[in-house]
Ligand binder design. Structure first.
Ligand code: ADP
Ligand code: MG
Length: 314
């Protein structure tokens, strides 16, 4: 059993379907982008010891490697269609690789994503996924486009993944919802698609809410005022007092929630119920002209959340 056996196994499980003219098994895949749509392409790497604990569950690693990429497509408003998996392992381990691929394919099936190819090689434990989605030509969401007066909205509960990471590092067992947010974050694919034509700018939160909102504001040449009291509370964050919780929610990374800006004339999308399994949406602030982000409490005081977010090499 070796690389080729693994690739055969992956090919049998990967599926196929409309638009996948040629999937796993040749030198490259052939994909059909329907007329009027544009391809949206992204790639992200998860490295052992940097992005996951070296002893992490293989299925979780595979799931998350795809989830972080689907999250990037969601932030662009794209519907995910295909993924490529590049897998580097120190020694060949069929069980580990099989579980990793199963974790990835479980999420792929949920979203109708076809695994169309990849690469398998020896090296440090590292998983790179490339994801390809489609969006109506010219309609993709970007980081640019926020305007003064737009609402700043965030999905779900930012801070859960950071809370779980801190608890694990302290040798404690995180609450189930926090552990899930860290190991198997749900990419906000349905929400991203629903924001096309409504949101003026969008980003997914990987490095921390403030840091990632900062990218929207830079790209849009605006600033914002946030109200940390409007951040959603969650029982998994109950051990934190308000200010520690706000810091975690504003600067903790790895959330994969969407942060977006809504012009007043499309803000009605916030009303009415959300579909089953869809995250709650919280209005946490307003875009303004003055550069930078200010956090103002309900008591009217300025709140300094400290460090902005996660950066590699710093
Ligand atoms: P080549 O040497 O021509 O790149 P490979 O042996 O690397 O061919 O790959 C053979 C086929 O298997 C290709 O279609 C490739 O996309 C696919 N493949 C290899 N590794 C993976 C993987 N980890 N996941 C999905 N597909 C893979
Ligand atoms: Mg190859």
């Amino acid at each position: 059993m070796g690389e080729f056996e693994l690739i055969r196994r992956i090919r049998d499980a990967a599926g196929g379907g409309e638009g996948t003219c040629l999937g796993i098994g040749d030198d490259a895949a052939i994909l059909e982008i329907p007329a009027g749509l544009q391809a949206v392409v992204t790639t992200d790497t998860l490295n052992a010891g940097v992005h996951f604990f070296p002893d992490a569950d293989a299925g979780d690693i595979g799931y998350k490697a795809l989830a972080v990429n689907l999250s990037d497509l969601a932030a662009m408003g794209a519907a995910p269609r295909w993924a490529l998996l590049s897998l580097s392992m120190p020694e060949f381990d069929m069980d580990f690789a099989g579980q990793l691929v199963d974790g990835l394919l479980g999420l792929a099936r949920e979203h109708g994503v076809v695994l169309a190819g990849g690469d398998t090689c020896a090296g440090p434990l590292s998983v790179t996924v490339t994801a390809i989605g489609v969006v109506e030509a010219g309609r993709a969401l970007t980081r640019a486009g926020a305007r003064p007066g737009d609402l700043v909205v965030v999905s779900g509960t930012p801070g859960l993944a950071a809370a779980a990471l801190r608890q694990l590092q302290a040798g404690a067992e995180p609450a189930a919802a926090a552990a899930r947010a860290l190991r198997r974050p749900a990419p906000r694919v349905v929400l991203g698609a629903a924001l096309v034509g409504k949101a003026s700018a969008c980003i997914d939160i990987s490095d921390g809410l403030l840091a990632d909102l900062g990218h929207i504001l830079d790209a849009s040449a605006c600033g914002a005022t946030l109200e940390p009291d409007q951040l959603p509370v969650h029982e998994a964050l109950a051990e934190y007092g308000d200010t520690r919780r706000w810091r975690l929610q504003l600067t903790g990374g790895d959330d994969y929630e969407l942060c977006f800006t809504l012009p007043p004339d499309t803000a009605s999308m916030l009303e009415g119920g959300r579909g089953a399994g869809e995250p709650a949406l919280s209005v946490i602030g307003t875009v303004g002209r003055q550069a930078g982000v200010r956090c103002r409490t309900a008591a009217g005081e300025l709140f300094d959340p400290g460090g902005a977010g996660y950066e590699h090499f710093t």
